[in-house]
Write a protein that binds this ligand. Structure first.
Ligand code: PBG
Length: 344
């Protein structure tokens, strides 16, 4: 039997009109599947030792290397905007091969953490305050700019020494916790870093300090402007420890390892060029998922907007919304306070 002989009657089918739900701002708002909230946003902030005035970062218009005073102001702004958190990066006045300033209880980052906590205790004494997080990585503190300690191997090549670096990360995380960090953010992509840091925090009595693990972090050209932001001295690249942009399966594996080692939050970085990885990480992760909209993503939109080539506000909202739609619960973004103002 052919379908022509059986199918003599068809039910009248209404014309399908998906546009019906797009007709008014109210309808569009009602059916929006993804929403941005200030509390989902984390603002990365840079504080530099030994400057009297904030220094504008030319490749990241609107972002600064802060003095302690301007950092406190930025942290107050974060609280007023209702942001979920701030992620602090320190730029020390002196660097050495071991990144000693990173573990110094009085180092620039530890001082910044203390200042941020004290500022928030005053600015938001009752309500929820932005959570204070710190970058737990050596590249801002080493004179060679790598995320770990260097070792010359038998054949004369210089390598980043994974396990020797873990011991420094442990001391660094404890120093940050002692200064008042509520979340530490290991971003160096050393194997075992989450487990090592968890163990050190627990042994030091900081079992309540959480770990935001840079789980799937790629060796990306989109970190370019960040290198200016932290006065990076790096020559070469980080391809022996950060991941190959070609690899998705490996990003999922890294995420599973970090969760097994005790990560409280896992992160995919960068965001825009890795939305496929982000979606899959969000599908598999039992813990909250963050994504880092990195310096290059910020710089590209700012540059195009400055030339009048795109609508800045619309592009910023769309770019960030896309990261949430792909599966991120939290977004690290340099636009955090401005976005929060627009969302109000
Ligand atoms: C490492 C770190 C980097 C970024 C965040 N943490 C630099 C790198 O991995 O090379 C980049 C963030 C950005 O580009 O906005 N401490």
């Amino acid at each position: 039997m052919t379908s022509e002989t059986t199918n003599t009657f068809t039910l009248p089918r209404p014309i399908v009109r998906p546009r019906r739900l797009r007709a008014t701002p109210g309808l569009r708002r009602l059916v929006a599947e993804t929403r941005l909230r200030p509390a989902d946003l984390i603002w990365p902030l840079f504080v530099k030792e030994g400057i009297d005035e904030p220094v504008p970062i030319s490749s990241m218009p609107g972002q600064f290397q802060h003095t302690e005073e301007s950092l406190a102001e930025a942290v107050r702004r974060a609280a007023e905007a209702g942001l979920g958190g701030v992620m602090l990066f320190g730029i020390p006045a002196f660097r050495d091969a071991e990144g000693s300033a990173g573990v110094d209880p009085n180092g620039v980052l530890q001082r910044a953490i203390r200042l941020a906590r004290a500022t928030l205790a005053e600015a938001a004494p009752d309500g929820p305050a932005p959570v204070v997080m710190a970058d737990t990585c050596l590249d801002e503190f080493t004179d060679h700019g790598h995320c770990g300690l260097l070792r010359t191997s038998a054949d004369g090549t210089v390598v980043v020494d994974n396990d020797a670096t873990l011991a420094v990360y442990q001391r660094m995380a404890v120093a940050q916790a002692e200064a008042g960090a509520e979340i530490v953010g290991p971003s160096g992509m050393m194997d075992g870093q989450v487990g090592a840091i968890r163990q050190a925090l627990d042994e030091a009595g900081h079992q309540d300090v959480a770990i935001l693990a840079y789980a799937a972090k790629y060796a990306s050209a989109f970190y370019g402007p960040f290198r200016e932001a932290v006065d990076s001295t790096l020559r070469g690249d980080r391809r022996t420890y950060q991941m190959d942009p070609a690899n998705r399966r490996e990003g999922l594996y890294e995420t599973e390892l970090d969760i097994a080692e005790g990560a409280d939050i896992v992160m995919v970085k960068p965001a825009a060029s890795y939305l496929d990885v982000l979606t899959r990480v969000a599908d598999l992760s039992p813990v909250p998922v963050a994504a880092y909209q990195v310096s290059g993503e910020y710089a590209m939109v700012e540059a195009a907007a400055a030339n009048g080539w795109i609508n800045r506000q619309a592009a910023v909202i769309e770019a960030t919304l896309a990261v949430k739609r792909a599966g991120a619960n939290l977004v690290l973004t340099y636009w955090a306070p401005e976005l929060a103002d627009w969302l109000d």
